[in-house]
Design a protein. Structure first.
Length: 158
């Protein structure tokens, strides 16, 4: 019998700063996905008001605070707290299409993950690849950096 490999557990880390409406749309989009993440960690980075009410609507979402300014420290704290086998980073003002997380999980299933790589679209719509040079087993493989795997990501200016 030939069965498909099990999908890895994925933690989605979302940095947040004063965007409660955008965060609500982002979490609703994740909730409407074809697969559910193992966990979602929203890392608030100094908002005037914490988005507790929004986060509390989802049992699989936790809210933590990062006092060091900037999305980088927020992402790093979320990554340090993550329990999933794979990390996915998403900005609060983005709304992934339903198959986004499933595509990422399929890209990682059965593949030894040795280094991190990713793709993001800037506000002017340009797509940029980046690769982390230090090996790690918790991030998406470079094969995932093709645009076919990130289609469906929507956000301001994308």
């Amino acid at each position: 019998m030939n069965s498909a490999p099990a999908l890895p557990s994925i933690t989605v880390v979302i940095p947040h700063l004063n965007q409660p409406d955008a965060l609500a749309r982002c979490l609703a989009a994740l909730a409407g996905g074809t697969i559910e993440p193992a966990e979602v960690i929203v890392v608030d980075n100094g908002s005037v008001r914490l988005p507790k009410e929004i986060v509390n609507d989802y049992l699989w979402v936790s809210l933590i605070k990062q006092t060091i300014p900037g999305p980088g420290p927020a992402r790093n704290l979320g990554a340090a707290r993550a329990q999933g086998a794979v990390l996915a980073f998403l900005d609060a003002d983005c709304q992934p299409d339903p198959p986004w997380l499933e595509r990422a999980a399929n890209a990682c299933s059965g593949t030894p993950i040795r280094f991190s790589a990713g793709m993001f679209a800037s506000r002017v719509g340009r797509v940029t690849n980046w690769t982390q040079r230090q090996p790690t087993k918790r991030f998406l493989p470079t094969e995932w950096t093709t645009t076919s795997h990130v289609r469906g990501l929507r956000g301001p200016g994308i």
